[in-house]
Design a protein around this ligand. Structure first.
Ligand code: ADP
Length: 256
């Protein structure tokens, strides 16, 4: 695969053909490299919970213990199983998306109602972390979309905003219109993302070092799914962030 055709120096047709061919090979090489990287990342992310479960189970079995000790191990095991289940579910979704097998149902969706719902749901999550979710000004807007997927997209963004906030922080959700688009903005004042990481956070399994240090909860797959959902609605996600100060995720969804 790595062999290239020799490109003649003259700009004749064969030369151009060879150039095109070499370009295609280079793109294939990049794809193969990405697939290899992806398999390695996926294996690593699944291996970690297995290692934790194995270690704790072996330790628990080493000598007889109180029932309460076993409960602790079982609770931790359940947490790791939940984590693996989440990773596998998200991977299955992404692979179905890659193969064009995710069925979408495009119907009118009241985004304002959906955002109210999500903010309420996220407020409950926020209570656990002492983070307030504030639904700011929202304009009543209807777009054509798949309600379940859009719900997933916004819940993921608000959930991240809560997850990467500090205790006592606040998350704001607003919705306005710009020509042709509904504009939904999720702002937090949490750990933020450095400029070098901004490009990469939509990549599969990518988590910043700060995010890993801040919480174990997270798979690095949520934003890939969000980007796919926005894209399949002909929309897009933009992010601005200040390391240590907070992040703003903006979703633009076109009107029908
Ligand atoms: P995760 O499950 O790790 O949150 P995501 O795909 O949703 O995975 O996000 C990828 C990474 O992007 C996160 O691990 C984190 O590094 C960064 N990130 C996403 N949202 C935020 C946010 N609101 N504040 C800071 N970092 C964020």
């Amino acid at each position: 695969l790595t062999q290239r055709l020799n490109v003649p120096t003259s700009a004749d047709e064969i030369g151009r053909l060879a150039g095109t061919f070499n370009n295609m090979i280079a793109r294939l090489e990049t794809s193969f490299r990405q697939i290899r990287q992806f398999s390695s990342d996926a294996s690593h992310e699944l291996r970690t919970p297995l290692t934790v479960m194995k270690g704790e189970t072996e330790l628990a079995l080493r000598r007889p213990r109180e029932a309460a000790d076993y409960t602790v191990v079982l609770e931790s095991t359940l947490e790791e199983i939940d984590r693996m289940t989440r990773i596998v579910d998200e991977l299955l979704f992404l692979s179905r998306a890659d193969m064009g097998e995710v069925k979408m149902e495009y119907l009118p969706v009241n985004l304002d109602v959906l955002l109210e719902d999500i903010s309420r749901q996220a407020s409950l999550l926020g209570q656990e972390r002492d983070v307030q979710v504030i639904l700011g000004p929202i304009t009543p807007i209807v777009v054509r979309g798949d309600e379940l997927r859009l719900r997933e997209l916004f819940l993921n963004l608000v959930d991240n905003a809560v997850k990467y906030s500090r205790r006592g922080g606040a998350v704001e959700v607003t919705m306005t219109t710009v020509p042709g688009y509904a504009k939904i903005v999720v702002t937090d004042h949490g750990i933020g993302i450095g400029p070098d990481d901004l490009e990469r956070i939509f990549g599969r399994f990518y988590r910043t070092d700060d995010a890993r240090a801040h919480t174990k909860k997270g798979t690095g797959l949520g934003l890939s799914i969000c980007a796919w959902i926005a894209d399949s609605h002909h929309g897009r996600i933009e992010v601005k962030s200040d390391l240590g100060k907070g992040s703003t995720f903006t979703v633009l969804l076109p009107f029908a």
